[in-house]
Ligand binder design. Structure first.
Ligand code: FES
Length: 615
């Protein structure tokens, strides 16, 4: 951090928050709020006289609440800039001045109670987001007694207690009697790998090795301390990690496979009694320990939604930010010109975070050095003559690539080609057919539907498959030599969000017995939230089929990933049976009803056009 602060080419804006981001790759406008510090950082010499006279004392969050700080304080010893900051929420001295002691003693006169937040507008070409993560709050695990028993602490609190710069100057003591503990236990996976609804289902990646490191620190500082680790599995993958784990065992740390069911405090001495099923021996055991550390998992940032909206990012089902492609573009965000690094993408240790940050910086500099970028060949285009300025396209676009129309001025929406990723959701949602997709035009797709159903339509299963997952799932089934019925006919679209109601109705009108729309799993859509529009549209079409007296189960929606060749083949086999169950009469009825519907729609359209011409 200090190096970054001193770097001539880096402007570090601390105590600041991004308010808004507009624009697109190469032309982002970022508005930053620089919060008022109430202390002139360039003048402050961190003499600490202000803090000495400050009468306010509140728990110090940096020290995990083990010590207090004043209302005017240095956030942490290596803070950049190295200057005090005034916490106005807790200060007594403002409006009207009730205290003002810090300002009185400050020789440099660098305290200004009237300081205000400032806004800075930046123009940048690319953005790297590395907003980190939060830690899991273990209070939900009531059986461990965290916050009920003083001697149950979290791994973050352990860090402060054993740190030389911590509240006890690195003397490890137990909170209840401030004595050095003779025995200590660690419970792993608190809030991770949990399916009971209290924790998260994923592995937090760093906790096992963090505990191994903590046990070695204890063995180093306090030889002879009895240390026990309660775990499900120890995940010590990575360079040198297995060696560290083995060293910890050799130092005498006992690893017990089993997660304690209860923790009870002995009121006489403050010791903790853990009941655990040792799954190696199959025995129920009791362990009495003087202190217990809960190895808490990591979670996505609690304000992650804000960041997601600022940068139009998407998240995986566990709430971490999704990359553009897990193997080929692991540091690119789906929004062009935005890169991601660190724990905002997934839980990871320092080494992996640094590696990813380096990759993100390299990817960003490629774009900056080139000074120009390739844009997608498949983008939307608007026919302003057909547009009725409804603005649906701008609402649908997951990339904010469409500038909303101006109804009063009769100005059609503008598509920013550099920001458009080509999902086609706008084209599928436009009620006027005013938006088309290059290389995936309505006519091209309709022609494919017609060709599939030109001969013996009743025998064919029309399938719309998204390019990235379902179509690749079909490929996967093929390369794995999985058998699936030959009646299946695939039409590729870039995203399932491109599948227009018209395509589906055309297929039914042409005599298709079944239609399948298939796309990526919800959190995996390559176009942020385009897949949500697929779901909404399908709900709408199912209701319409119902209303027209057509069996809605003749239209299926399936989420199939690129790796799910098995699922692809299974769905196709299932649907083949369904195809056979659709009767000739049903197909004829559908064709008739939809032909009438189409005729009515054409009539309406012609009428509207006539009205517009007369006006
Ligand atoms: Fe597959 Fe959107 S890219 S559904």
């Amino acid at each position: 951090m200090m190096d970054v602060g001193r770097h001539p080419k880096v402007e570090l804006m601390t105590f600041s928050e991004v308010e808004s981001i507009t624009g697109f790759v190469g032309n982002f406008n970022v508005r930053v709020r620089q919060k008022a510090r109430y202390v002139d950082a360039s003048e402050c010499t961190i003499c600490a006289e202000c803090a000495e006279v400050c009468p306010v004392a509140i728990p110090d969050a940096y020290q995990q609440g083990f010590s207090s700080r004043k209302a005017i304080y240095l956030p942490f010893p290596q803070a950049v800039p190295s200057a005090y900051v005034l916490d106005m929420e807790n200060c007594l001295g403002n409006n009207p001045i009730a205290c003002g002691k810090c300002a009185e003693v400050c020789e440099k006169k660098c305290i200004d109670y009237d300081d205000q937040d400032k806004f800075v507008d930046l123009e940048v070409g690319v953005i790297i987001a590395a907003t980190g993560m939060d830690v899991y709050d273990p209070t939900a695990y009531d059986e461990y007694g965290y916050t009920r028993y003083e001697n149950v602490i979290t791994s973050m609190e352990f860090e402060r207690l054993i740190c030389a710069g911590g509240p006890t100057d690195g003397h490890f003591i137990r909170p209840s009697d401030r004595k050095a503990p003779q025995s200590i236990g660690f419970i792993q996976c608190v809030g991770s790998r949990s399916r009971d609804g209290r924790g998260n289902p994923y592995c937090s990646n760093i906790c096992c090795m963090n505990t191994v490191k903590d046990t070695l620190l204890l063995c180093d500082h306090y030889p002879g301390i009895a240390t026990k680790v309660f775990y499900m599995d120890i995940r010590a993958f990575g360079k040198g990690f297995e060696d560290l784990y083995m060293r910890s065992r050799e130092e005498g740390v006992r690893y017990i496979r089993g997660i304690p069911g209860t923790v009870v405090e002995n009121p006489e001495n403050g010791n903790l009694v853990l009941t655990v099923e040792n799954t190696t021996t199959g025995q129920l055991e009791e362990h009495e320990l003087e202190m217990l550390v809960l190895s808490q998992g990591v979670i996505p940032r609690r304000d992650g939604d804000q960041i997601k909206h600022l940068l139009t990012l998407s998240t995986t089902s566990d709430g971490f930010i999704m990359e553009s492609h897990p193997k080929l573009k692991p540091v690119d965000a789906p929004t062009k010109g935005v890169f991601i690094a660190g724990c905002m993408e997934s839980p990871k240790d320092v080494k992996d975070s640094v590696t990813q940050a380096g990759a993100a910086a390299a990817r960003a500099s490629i774009l900056l050095n080139a000074g120009k970028t390739r844009i997608e060949a498949i983008t939307s285009q608007i026919n302003s003559e057909l547009c009725n300025f409804c603005g649906i396209c701008a609402k649908v676009c997951p990339y904010n690539a469409i500038l909303a129309p101006d109804r009063k001025a009769k100005k059609a929406p503008i598509i920013i080609q550099a920001a458009c990723a080509g999902c086609g959701a706008c084209a599928a949602e436009c009620p006027q057919d005013a938006i088309g997709m290059r290389h995936f035009t309505n006519d091209q797709i309709m022609a494919q539907v017609d060709a599939i159903l030109a001969v013996e339509p009743q025998k064919h299963l029309v399938t719309f498959a998204c390019n990235w997952c379902s179509y690749a799932g079909g490929d996967n089934a093929g390369t794995a030599r999985l058998q699936y019925p030959t009646s299946c006919r695939l039409i590729r679209t870039m995203c399932s969000g491109r599948v227009d109601e018209k395509f589906i109705m055309r297929a039914f009108r042409m005599g298709a017995p079944m239609v399948l729309v298939s796309g990526c799993h919800f959190a995996d859509c390559h176009y942020i939230s385009a897949v949500r529009w697929t779901q909404k549209r399908m709900d709408r079409i199912w209701s319409k089929l119902d209303r027209l007296g057509i069996r809605d189960d003749r239209l299926r929606l399936e989420w199939i990933s690129a790796a799910e060749g098995q699922k692809f083949a299974k769905v196709m086999r299932e649907l083949e049976d369904k195809v056979k169950s659709v009767t000739k009469e049903e197909i004829e009825f559908t064709m008739k009803v939809l032909a009438e519907e189409e005729a009515k729609a054409q009539e309406k359209k012609a009428k509207r056009q006539l009205e517009v011409t007369v006006l």
